[in-house]
Design a protein around this ligand. Sequence first.
Ligand code: SF4
Ligand code: SF4
Ligand code: SF4
Length: 223
Amino acid sequence: MTNLIELINAELPQFQCGRCDTPGCRPYAEEIAKGSPHNRCVPGGQKTLDKISILLNDNSLSLDHDYGPELKPQVANIIEDDCIGCTKCIDACPVDAISGAPNLMHNVINDLCTGCELCIEPCPVDCIELVDINEEQALLARSHSEYFFDLKVELDHRKKKKAKMNKNISKNVDLAGLINQKLENRNLDKGLALKKLQLAMLDSHKTEKHISSADLEELKKQL
Ligand code: SF4
Ligand code: SF4
Ligand code: SF4
């Protein structure tokens, strides 16, 4: 099974675009190996379908165009003057091919960009264009896309874990606040209990005639 997954993955175009309804190329290879239809990688075109059909010894399927358009060799380019630094394209890029910080201009790292187009739609000011490149350059960028895709997945996982931890910490802080409040209330109760005890002691002095009624009332007022 692992061998088959590797062989299928090697034939997929490595855009890591998710158009096949799985998060990336390897997950789709795994799905195909389990029996899912092998005609959903439209970006790879007929060439990819033919190669996988040979591997599976099944040429009964034609490309399912419900899974999107074919992609040509291209890279994204950010029009610097128009970029507002919103970071939406960074979140959308499956291979972390965009650098930049909030409110600053962003850039595409050409050597990593697979041309998958996922950053185009989220840009609120429409400042990302696609530039044609030759097939060789495109293959070079896609040859390491799986590595960067895995890194991005790992990074997202860590970010979610950190966000969960921060949420838990803030929950704990709230809980500590509640506990402190309860403790404070308990201290107040303790004071009240002490006062009651002192009153009872004073009353007992009166009963045993150690103290006059007037002195007792005066002492009670001081509590
Ligand atoms: S290139 Fe896109 S559609 Fe094709 S297998 Fe990879 S992730 Fe799926
Ligand atoms: S920069 Fe845009 S086109 Fe290039 S890989 Fe990232 S999302 Fe895809
Ligand atoms: S989505 Fe567009 S405006 Fe926002 S940082 Fe990216 S390129 Fe700039």
